[in-house]
Write a protein that binds this ligand. Structure first.
Ligand SMILES: Cc1cc2nc3c(=O)[nH]c(=O)nc-3n(C[C@H](O)[C@H](O)[C@H](O)COP(=O)(O)OP(=O)(O)OC[C@H]3O[C@@H](n4cnc5c(N)ncnc54)[C@H](O)[C@@H]3O)c2cc1C
Length: 404
C-alpha cells in the first residue's frame, strides 16, 4: 500500500497551494467588503474579486479539476480529492475560482454523462467555460424530500413539449442572475414503479412560468455569493421535449449517479475546512493569555487540538480510500464507503470547528474570523445530499443483509 500522492497530484498540490497563498487568502478581506457593499442583483452573485480569481486560475491551468475525462482536467477521484481539500480552506472563494463549485460540478457531470450533443453544446460548454451558473432543483417544501420518491413536481408530456408544475426550495445558486439553467427533477409517470416515476429536465431560468421567489436563509446567512438557496415555483413551464435528460423515468437513477462524486467533493472540502479551523485554533490558543498563561497550555484545549488532528487524519484516510475505490471498482462498488464518509465527515468537522470557535471566545462567532460561516456551511452538510439518518439506515440495511 502506497500512501504517497502521485507526481501529477503533487505538482498540482504545489501549484494550488501557491495560488491559495498568493491570490485566494489575500482576496478574502476584499471579498468580505465587496459582499457587504453589494446591492440589488449583485447581492446574489459572486463579488467581482471572484471573477478576477477565476481569470487567474484559468490562466494557471487550475480549472475544472473535478471533471474526469477529456472535457475536464482528466484527474481520477484519488488525484482530485487532495486538491478539493485545499480549496475547502476557503470555501467561498476557491471552489468557484477553479470552476469546481457545487451545484455546477454535479450538473456538469450529469450533462457530460447523460446529456445529448445539443444539450452539451448549449449548456455544458458555457458551464465548463465558467460563463454561466446552474442549479439542481429536487427538494420540495411540501414533502419529505430525503425520500426522493416523494417528489410531487410534475413533468408532463404535451405534444413536442414537457410542462413543469411544482414548488421547490433550497435550490442552491438559483438566485444568481448568472444562473441560466436548472436541472429539475419531477414525476413524469406517477403510476410507474416507484423508482421509475421520476425524470430530470433542463429548464432555462428565464422560461415563462419560472418564478424565483426568495432566498432561503442558512442560520441567518443568505450565501448570496453562491447565488443563495432559492424557493422556486414552476407554473405551466413549457420546455421542448429535447430538454429531457436521458430517458423518461430515468430521473431517479441519474440523481443517484450524481451523488457519489458530489459527496466525496463535499467531504474533501470539509477536511480542508477542518484543517483551517485547527490552524486558527492553534494560532489563537498560542497568542492569547488567560489566567496567567497562554490558552494553549490548558489541558482541555490541548485535548481538543489532539482530537482534531486524530479525527482529520482518520477522515482523510477514509475519504482517500473511498476515492480509490470509486476509481477502481466504480461508485456502486464504493457505496458503503461513500455513505460512511458522508455520515462521518460533516459531524466530525462540525465538532472541530465548534471547538475552534470556543477557543476564539466571542471572536469565534464574529465576522472577523471565518469560523462561524465555516460552521454553518459544515452543519448544513449533515442535511444536504441526504441527512445522516437516511445514510445510516441504508448502510445498516446493507450490513444486516450479510446475516439474513
Ligand atoms: C444549504 C442547503 C443547500 C441545499 N441545496 C439543495 C439544492 O441545491 N437542490 C436541492 O434539490 N436540494 C438542496 N438542499 C436540500 C437538501 O438536499 C434536503 O434538505 C435534504 O435532502 C433533506 O430533505 P428535507 O429537507 O425535505 O428533509 P426531510 O425529508 O423532511 O427529513 C427531515 C429529517 O427526518 C429525518 N429522517 C428522514 N428519513 C429518515 C430515516 N429513514 N430514518 C431516520 N430519520 C429520518 C432526518 O433527521 C431528516 O433530517 C439543500 C439544503 C441545504 C440546507
Amino acid at each position: 500500500m502506497d500512501f504517497a500522492y502521485d507526481a501529477r497530484t503533487e505538482e498540482l498540490r504545489t501549484r494550488l497551494t501557491a495560488f491559495m497563498e498568493s491570490h485566494v487568502y489575500p482576496a478574502e478581506p476584499v471579498f468580505a467588503l465587496q459582499r457587504e457593499q453589494a446591492e440589488g442583483d449583485a447581492r446574489w452573485s459572486a463579488p467581482p474579486v471572484v471573477e478576477e480569481l477565476k481569470a487567474e486560475a484559468k490562466r494557471q491551468g487550475l480549472w475544472n479539476l473535478f471533471l474526469p475525462g477529456e472535457r475536464g482536467a482528466g484527474l481520477t477521484n484519488l488525484q482530485y480529492a487532495p486538491l478539493a481539500e485545499i480549496t475547502g480552506r476557503s470555501p467561498h472563494l476557491a471552489p468557484p475560482a477553479l470552476n469546481c463549485a457545487a451545484p455546477d460540478t454535479g450538473n456538469m457531470e450529469v450533462l457530460s454523462e447523460f446529456g445529448t450533443e445539443q444539450q452539451r453544446k448549449q449548456w455544458l460548454e458555457p458551464l465548463l467555460a465558467g460563463e454561466i451558473r446552474s442549479a439542481f432543483a429536487m427538494t420540495e417544501p411540501d414533502v419529505a424530500s430525503s425520500d426522493a420518491t416523494n417528489i410531487e413536481t410534475r413533468i408532463e408530456r404535451d405534444g413536442d413539449s414537457y410542462v413543469v408544475n411544482g414548488r421547490k426550495w433550497y435550490i442552491s445558486g438559483a438566485m444568481n442572475p448568472k444562473c441560466a439553467i436548472m436541472i429539475v427533477m419531477g414525476k413524469s409517470d406517477p403510476s410507474a414503479e416507484r423508482h421509475r416515476q421520476q425524470s430530470q429536465i433542463l429548464v432555462p431560468r428565464d422560461t415563462p412560468g419560472v418564478e424565483v421567489r426568495r432566498g432561503m436563509r442558512v442560520f441567518g446567512y443568505d450565501d448570496g455569493d453562491h447565488g443563495g438557496h432559492a424557493e422556486v415555483v414552476f407554473t405551466d413551464v413549457r420546455v421542448p421535449a429535447e430538454n429531457l435528460i436521458g430517458e423518461e423515468g430515468g430521473g431517479f437513477a441519474i440523481a443517484q449517479a450524481r451523488l457519489g462524486p458530489g459527496r466525496i467533493h463535499h467531504c474533501m472540502r470539509l477536511i480542508g475546512m477542518a484543517e483551517r479551523a485547527l490552524e486558527l485554533m492553534c494560532r489563537r490558543a498560542t497568542d492569547r493569555v488567560a489566567f496567567g498563561k497562554p490558552i494553549a497550555e490548558q489541558g482541555v484545549v490541548q485535548e481538543w487540538i489532539a482530537e482534531a488532528r486524530v479525527e482529520i487524519e482518520l477522515l482523510r484516510l477514509l475519504v482517500l480510500k473511498t476515492a480509490y475505490l470509486m476509481d477502481t471498482v466504480g461508485n456502486r462498488g464504493a457505496h458503503t464507503e461513500i455513505q460512511s464518509i458522508k455520515i462521518a465527515t460533516p459531524a466530525a468537522v462540525v465538532k472541530i470547528i465548534d471547538r475552534a470557535i470556543q477557543v476564539h471566545g466571542a471572536g469565534g462567532v464574529s465576522q472577523d474570523f471565518p469560523l462561524a460561516e465555516l460552521w454553518a456551511g459544515a452543519r448544513t452538510l449533515r442535511l444536504a445530499d441526504g441527512p445522516d439518518e437516511v445514510h445510516k439506515r441504508s448502510l445498516a440495511r446493507r450490513e444486516l443483509k450479510k446475516y439474513v
